[in-house]
Write a protein that binds this ligand. Structure first.
Ligand code: UDP
Ligand code: MG
Length: 321
């Protein structure tokens, strides 16, 4: 590990965030300047289509504490965070969203807890201001499902806004899985963890970069990365259906032989057929999700591709080996 003078690394993933960058930068800068210890702001541009990258680049030019990691395309929020961790040089690493929903001032409390000796300090959302009822409800269902399906103690109502110690960061970097569900991985690795509570603000400007499709993909990643219970459920459903069908078959044979009156029915057969075919396809789909993930892992492609980095002077280049 390279010796570095940076104490705190703040990682900010950004996807089409041109409307918020200046404000986010200003507020982060104000908070971090107040700490009076060396820090770096790592802005990861996750393949934005707007002026995000130009704006970060401009900030980089005049502020030596700012770095830009520019991806070759959109790789996703979780990957952007992981890249930030690869480049971070600080003793404490803080991940925060770009949209100021997580107030940068909370970082001060996180750092205080870290100085008390905690290695992971996560932010727990007390209230979510300005998020739709739909988002809140789906988030709740997701966390409940996740908790009931996995053995990993993933705290409810926490996002990726958290501080991790250098030790934790190095362990995380060693976990090379491709479908990354960072908050789950952080819980999984243990260490001394604690939380600070905060109120989640409304998005400062712009729109959510997590439309329903991405939210579902995120949820599926979270569940499949930490549990194979869905596969077990598939087995149980299969067994239950087979046993009940077999019993029903016995009933039908009995009726035919003893009472001789079997009911003529076409619609019911079609309905049952469709139902069973549907269930089978669904179960195959679940198995497919897991196989797809095995396939992703076996290809061994890099997690992300960086087009350029900016803001590192020659001698202090990032340690990404
Ligand atoms: N983000 C990203 N890549 C993506 C989607 C989102 O880097 O493909 C970033 C985004 O710029 C923001 C953070 O992830 O900093 C959280 O996204 P957002 O605030 O849109 O999600 P929400 O708060 O609505 O769940
Ligand atoms: Mg947000």
């Amino acid at each position: 590990m390279k010796q570095s003078t940076v104490k705190y690394s703040i990682i900010v993933p950004m996807y089409n965030e041109e409307e918020v960058i200046e404000y986010t930068y200003d507020r982060l800068k104000r908070v971090m300047d107040g700490m009076e210890e060396p820090y770096e702001l790592i802005f990861v541009n996750d393949g934005s289509h707007d002026r995000t990258v130009e704006m970060i680049s401009m900030i980089c030019d005049f502020d030596p504490n700012v770095r830009l990691i520019n991806f070759s395309r959109n790789f996703g929020h979780q990957i952007a965070i992981s890249a930030g961790m690869d480049y971070a040089q600080g003793d404490a690493i803080i991940v925060i969203d770009a949209d100021l929903q997580d107030p940068p001032e909370v970082i001060v409390e996180m750092i205080a807890k870290w100085k008390e000796g905690f290695e992971v300090v996560y932010g727990k959302r007390l209230k979510r201001n300005g998020e739709s009822a739909f988002k809140k409800a789906t988030a709740k269902i997701f966390y409940c499902t996740l908790r009931s399906l996995t053995n990993v103690d993933i705290p409810v109502d926490t996002g990726d806004f958290r501080l991790i110690d250098r030790k934790v960061c190095d362990v995380l970097r060693g976990l090379k899985e491709k479908n990354r569900f960072v908050r789950g991985l952080v819980s999984w690795i243990g260490f001394r963890q604690t939380m600070v509570e905060y109120e989640r603000e409304e998005r400062f400007a712009g729109e959510t970069k997590y439309p329903l499709k991405k939210m579902i993909a995120f949820a599926v990643d979270g569940i499949t990365s930490f549990s194979y219970k869905p596969l077990k459920i598939a087995t149980y459903v299969g067994f239950t259906l087979s046993i009940s069908s077999f019993l029903y078959l016995l009933v039908v044979i009995f009726q035919k032989l003893v009472t001789g009156n079997t009911v003529a029915g076409w619609a019911s057969i079609v309905a049952v057929n469709l139902l069973f075919n549907g269930i089978i396809l669904m179960l195959l789909g679940i198995i497919g999700e897991y196989i797809g993930r095995i396939y992703d892992e076996s290809k061994n492609r890099p997690l992300y591709i960086v087009r350029e980095v900016q803001g590192y002077s020659e001698k202090e280049g990032p340690d990404t080996a």
